[in-house]
Write a protein that binds this ligand. Structure first.
Ligand code: ADP
Ligand code: MG
Length: 258
């Protein structure tokens, strides 16, 4: 059975999509079967796998509206064992439409039911808000991975995120424990980078796993999507690719240590 991991943080630009795409690709290169569900109307994860998002008709939107099944929306990528459910701007209307449905917080959970048999991991790339799509991702997921940009305001908004997670746990009886906190756009050479890492560790007080692996600021990570490839296959020697492969190994080790 797949472990379903939602990659979330309501802050934009903290590396959610980059993490979903490259962690997924790194695990697929290690012979794991992986599905990425693009749940962001911006469709950046979709584009990062070289899929023309505006031509995609079978998208996560048509899955959530019940027109097609999740299985029907799955597309292969250039990497063996790595599949994606694409998204595009059509999803932007979903928040309002879905909110009219009974049990709207569990639509994604029901849609993903049954597809997990084939995969080792399913990653959900969540949009930067605490809206209905994010709530759906929390209900559908087994755990969450939170990328945090290593900057002065790194922890701003974290209390709101944890509160939303707490509400889903208590009101909807659907806990999603934190798999790990990931420092992104990290510069270990600066005092600020090291300070932020320590602040984050302190904030979670040893209760949550803060990945030892950090993701450096690396221009190749930003360039790869325009070539329609994850950075780990676009330039496997780049510091960004090396970091995401290391993160993949750390994630697998967490399972081994259980
Ligand atoms: P989010 O999904 O949280 O909004 P993205 O993964 O899309 O964040 O990243 C925001 C922007 O920063 C993108 O242009 C992306 O290519 C770039 N980016 C993300 N991580 C890195 C990194 N470690 N180094 C350099 N650029 C990065
Ligand atoms: Mg994103």
């Amino acid at each position: 059975m797949a472990e379903i991991i939602a990659i979330l943080n309501q802050k934009g630009g903290c590396g959610k999509t980059t993490t979903a795409v490259n962690l997924a690709a790194a695990l697929a290169l290690m012979d794991r079967k992986i599905l990425v569900i693009d749940l962001d109307p911006q469709g950046n994860a979709t584009t990062s796998f070289g899929i023309e998002k505006n031509e995609a008709e079978k998208t996560i939107y048509t899955v959530l509206t019940g027109e097609i099944t999740m299985e029907e929306a799955v597309m292969p990528t250039a990497i063996s064992g790595l599949h994606v459910v694409p998204s595009n701007i059509s999803l932007s209307g979903a928040e309002i439409e879905l909110s009219k449905e009974v049990g709207y917080h569990s639509i994604l959970e029901m849609a993903v039911d049954g597809i997990g048999d084939y995969y080792d991991y399913i990653f959900i790339d969540v949009p930067p808000s605490l809206g209905i799509l994010t709530i759906n991702s929390l209900v559908a997921s087994d755990s969450v991975l939170i990328p945090i940009q290593a900057e002065f305001y790194a922890l701003e908004g974290m209390a709101d995120l944890l509160e939303a997670m707490g509400l889903v746990e208590t009101r909807l009886k659907s806990p999603s424990p934190i798999k790990g906190i990931l420092l992104t756009l990290y510069d270990s050479r600066t005092r600020l980078g090291r300070d932020v890492y320590n602040n984050v560790k302190e904030y979670f007080g040893g209760r949550e796993h803060v990945f030892k692996t950090t993701i450096p600021r690396n221009i190749t990570l930003a360039e790869a999507p325009s070539h329609g490839k994850p950075c780990v296959t676009y330039d496997e020697e780049s510091s960004g690719a090396v970091a995401y492969k290391k993160l993949a190994r750390e994630l697998l080790q967490l399972e081994d240590n259980k």
